[in-house]
Design a protein around this ligand. Structure first.
Ligand SMILES: Nc1nc2c(ncn2[C@@H]2O[C@H](COP(=O)(O)OP(=O)(O)OP(=O)(O)O)[C@@H](O)[C@H]2O)c(=O)[nH]1
Length: 392
């Protein structure tokens, strides 16, 4: 079928608009992720300051300052990368894995400088795990949880080496075990969330496909695949609006297959259907990309030729007429042939569409009454009609 302006335009504009739109979505998503990660980091900073004030940290103010400055330096690097769109086009533009690992490192390093309250600081790791559950698949989840468990164990070993006397090793190991069990349960939850997300994505895609199919069906004629009457009338109204708003012209052609009843009666309704479908294909091959064609019903079609006057449209219509007349229908039946009559009228600014269509219909009537298989375009004079028949 003919790719109309709307179709080709929609495809082209769609392609052009979709890429930035997708990028915009990715960027918005990534910024949302950055906000959550920064929030967790703020929580970590706040808790560290409170513990420091309460005297639960072993280092001095300088240690705390270096710790927090280091954590925020990493945060800012990651945030800038996302914010400046450096991550767009990556498989994960949110840099989720990098954020999770960095938050884990920040929290566990701070935990190293804590006294017996270190588990409560290390628990902040689960905020990072929660964030990971929404973004990471199993390998990412395993990596983050593994980093958390191994990191916390390393913290305990280092503390034991340096401040072993102040530690209750059994209690610390039990707490670490609890930490590991919780981390594993987060991995399991993350896998569930992932499965849910994948199924939602697939459902969403199916829904979009179904919607696109439904939209396509609503504007197409089932037999020929051309635009249906309703849609071609909508397109005509759009053309009229364009013509009314500026230097724009368009021409309407009424196309009617000749003696179609005879084709049906002689060769059968099935052959008639095939002729209609073949005509639609020929129209698709013959017309310009910018032109529209729709089936009004039965063996009647309407062509809308943007930026064409009646004479230009007559040339296009003549190509279509000649192509159908030359078509070899012998595979259907050696005696089968088909032809069309076409009436053409250019839209006159200010007029009602009904009037344009009535003028095109009148030209079609003239084409039929003057012997069919011909094109009649306005302005109609007996000579003009004759010079158009059978070739322009
Ligand atoms: N095969 C087929 N025939 C159809 C379809 N829709 C309408 N028709 C037939 O198309 C024929 C149209 O006949 P008419 O309106 O008399 O026109 P015509 O025989 O083409 O005569 P002229 O237009 O005067 O050349 C009718 O017999 C309809 O039954 C369709 O979808 N498939």
């Amino acid at each position: 079928m003919t790719r109309s302006i709307e179709q080709s335009g929609a495809t082209m504009m769609g392609d052009l608009q979709q890429a930035p739109a997708l990028a915009l979505d990715d960027h918005r998503l990534a910024l949302g992720h950055v906000r959550t990660a920064l929030l967790i980091s703020m929580l970590h900073t706040l808790v560290a300051i409170v513990y420091f004030q309460g005297g639960y940290m072993t280092g001095g103010a300088l240690t705390l300052a270096v710790l927090l400055a280091g954590a925020w330096a990493g945060n800012l690097v990651l945030a800038m990368l996302v914010w400046r769109r450096r991550t767009l086009g990556r498989q994960d533009p949110t840099l989720s894995l990098q954020w999770n690992l960095w938050l884990t490192a920040s929290v566990l390093t701070t935990a190293y400088f804590m006294n017996e309250f270190r588990l409560s600081m290390a628990m902040l790791f689960f905020a990072a795990m929660l964030l990971a559950s929404f973004r990471q698949a199993l390998p990412g989840l395993l990596l983050v949880s593994g980093a958390g468990m191994a990191g916390y164990l390393l913290v305990l070993i280092l503390v034991w080496q340096q401040r072993g006397l102040q530690m209750n090793l059994t209690l610390e190991m039990l707490q670490w075990l609890l930490f590991c069990i919780t981390a594993v349960s987060f991995v399991i939850t993350g896998v569930g969330i992932n499965a849910l997300r994948s199924s939602l994505t697939a459902k969403n895609r199916q829904l979009n496909d179904a919607l696109a199919q439904a939209r396509e069906m609503a504007i197409r004629d089932e037999l020929t695949g051309l635009f249906n009457r309703r849609h071609i009338m909508e397109l005509l109204a759009q053309q009229r609006a364009l013509a009314e708003s500026g230097e724009y012209r368009f021409t309407v052609c009424f196309v009617d297959l000749d003696h179609f009843k005879r084709i049906n009666d002689r060769f059968g309704h099935g052959s008639g259907d095939r002729v209609l479908r073949r005509f639609a294909q020929i129209a698709h091959e013959t017309l310009r990309e910018a032109d529209y064609i729709g089936r009004l019903g039965g063996e009647e079609f309407v062509l809308v030729l943007p930026q064409s006057d009646a004479q230009g449209a007559a040339q296009v219509a003549e190509r279509l007429r000649a192509a159908l007349a030359a078509e070899d229908f012998s595979p259907l039946d050696p005696a089968l042939s088909a032809s069309v009559s076409i009436g053409i009228a250019e839209y006159r600014p200010g007029e009602n569409l009904k009037d344009t269509l009535a003028r095109a219909d009148h030209c079609l009537y003239l084409a039929k009454s003057r012997g069919r298989d011909r094109v009649v375009a306005e302005p109609v004079s007996p000579e003009a009609a004759l010079t158009l028949a059978p070739q322009i």
